[in-house]
Design a protein around this ligand. Structure first.
Ligand code: GLC
Length: 524
């Protein structure tokens, strides 16, 4: 469901003004200055927080309940960060999928059911509630739509998420919770912003709700035939102009038009999506709405990813005592049937095996990388051709390459902790969390300067926390890999760099402040 466009050009910086906190929050990593210009929020100047503001996150997944990728982690950890000191009433609503495990479900409380109108349909909607870390979660239950394995990939996904979004709007009345901020994430939640604008804002209780829409990946836009606008989505053709794009319904476009503000998950990506090279066809819409766009870098949950306490690790360690990381490396080598060699650097990749992750670059120079004294560890699933290529590479380079075609959180943590270098040469990357997790575990990142990779990893040569290259070119990547291997051999320098990576602030502390400032500015 994506369109493509190629052609690079520069973009401009656009800042979102906001007022509220006294001090200007500082971005964890200094701003980037080369094209495309990042779109950063500007620090607030004045204003006062009054009553507890109500924030509702609408999303298709949230960790720890159900997660297929970074979206879930962000929904889970950002909501927790915003709720932390009790200044906001933060709630999250997601579908009750079959795959949400019993260990969670057993504590969910059934609070009632309603019937939800969706065009001519009238569907059952059960509501479950659960609170954790100051955040109240709601789960939308309908077995016809959600009692299926997995979250996505069904012929009727449009209808499933339309039902979900319409349910969200109806549930507000049932629980008597009308948030000031309705924060919708990705296309599956886009219809909530559309329903607000086209149906609900005319009702008195809903008129003060303001919608924010966050793009986690512009590739997935939710495109459908225009024929089903009324019959399936229940939106009058009067509003066709809001959702129509390229002769289709485009839900992401509709949410961008309808929301008060839209954000994306790093300042650099906010600049990039104005460019056809990155926008998957939506750059015109993004540019037209640029005045309400800003990019805020994601964080990770430092408790969830803590090498000092992580039970998956062979040994625990911290920036103050890095030595046990050697045990993690040794055991990882043993586990993956690689020769146990403490001096040989391990380069790891943990990734979906799909083209925009930059795997073609790795394919192009794999032999050159492997000519050196290194070990390569690959974990992930994805396109058959990449799975076959990396499996074959492991066969050809036994004792140097280990490929594991699966996704397994426990093994991923063993790799994050046991490796020395983490390679992430993405062609595009809205934010990326793996480079932050790797850094936190003292595994130094090598990234291409795109999206959140550029905003979170700064080049070693300039005093940074990792290694970076700019152009999407295999030999530029090879050059920085070699640079990294050179630094690795200088033990003292390497220890300093590992420590720097581990102590970079990737927590939500700063980014959550940017969201707060954005909300408060919008509500002025
Ligand atoms: C998407 C993006 C990824 C980002 C994540 C969380 O999965 O592809 O780059 O980190 O969302 O925002």
């Amino acid at each position: 469901m994506s369109t493509t466009n190629q052609a690079k050009k520069n973009t401009q910086k656009k800042a979102v003004p906001h007022k509220e906190v006294a001090e200007k929050p500082v971005m964890p990593i200094e701003a980037v200055e080369t094209a495309p210009a990042p779109v950063e929020p500007e620090a607030p100047a004045e204003a006062v927080v009054e009553a507890k503001k109500k924030i509702l996150f609408v999303a298709s997944e949230a960790a720890p309940f159900i997660a297929t990728g970074g979206l879930a982690e962000v929904v889970g950890s950002l909501s927790k960060a915003l709720a932390k000191d009790g200044r906001y009433d933060v709630r999250v609503i997601i579908p009750l999928y079959q795959d949400i495990r019993k260990e969670f479900r057993k504590d969910f409380k059934f609070i009632g059911n309603i019937f939800v109108p969706l065009s001519w349909r009238n569907q059952y909607c059960g509501i479950f509630e659960y609170s954790v870390d100051n955040v109240t979660y709601y789960f939308v239950d309908n077995e016809y739509y959600f009692k299926r394995p997995g979250c996505y990939g069904y012929y009727d996904d449009g209808e499933r998420f339309a039902f979900f979004c319409r349910s969200v709007m109806e549930i507000l009345g049932f629980i008597n919770f009308y948030p000031e901020v309705l924060h919708c994430h990705d296309w599956q939640a886009a219809l909530a912003a559309l329903y607000l604008k086209t149906i609900y804002c005319f009702r008195p209780e809903y008129q003060f709700i303001r919608a924010v829409f966050t793009i986690h990946n512009i590739e997935y836009q939710g495109k459908y035939s225009l024929d089903i606008l009324e019959d399936l989505f229940g939106i009058s053709y009067r509003y066709q102009y809001l959702v129509e794009y390229d002769h289709c319904i485009n839900l992401m476009k509709g949410a961008i038009e309808c929301c008060e503000r839209f954000t994306t998950v790093s300042p650099t990506y906010a600049g990039e999506i104005k460019d056809p090279y990155y926008s998957h066809g939506l750059d015109g819409i993004v540019r037209r709405n640029e005045f309400k766009l800003c990019g805020i870098l994601n964080g990770i949950d430092p408790d969830y990813y803590d090498p000092a306490t992580d039970k998956s690790l062979f040994a625990n360690y911290s920036a103050e005592d890095i030595a046990p990381k050697a045990v993690c490396k040794e055991e990882l080598q043993r586990m993956l049937n690689l020769p146990v060699k403490p001096e040989t650097p391990i380069i790891a990749m943990i990734s979906r095996l799909v083209s925009h992750k930059g795997l073609d670059l790795v394919k192009e120079v794999a032999e050159q990388i492997l000519r050196q004294d290194v070990q390569l560890v690959i974990l992930g699933t994805g396109d058959g051709s990449y799975e076959a290529y990396f499996s074959d590479l492991a066969r050809r380079y036994q004792g140097k390459v280990a490929t594991v075609i699966t996704f397994n959180s426990d093994l991923s943590r063993k790799i994050y902790s046991g490796a020395d270098l983490f390679l992430m040469p993405s062609k595009s990357e809205p934010c990326g969390l793996s480079q932050m997790i790797a850094s936190r575990y003292g595994t130094v990142a090598i990234v291409r300067e795109t999206g959140g990779l550029k905003d979170s990893i700064k080049p070693y040569g300039a005093g940074g926390n990792g290694f970076t290259f700019r152009d999407y070119n295999a030999y530029d990547m090879l050059y920085v890999i070699n640079e990294a291997l050179g630094v690795y051999r200088n033990r003292e320098e390497w220890q300093k760099l590992v420590k720097k990576a581990m102590t970079t602030d990737f927590t939500w502390a700063t980014s959550a402040k940017y969201y707060e400032a954005l909300y408060l500015d919008m509500l002025k």
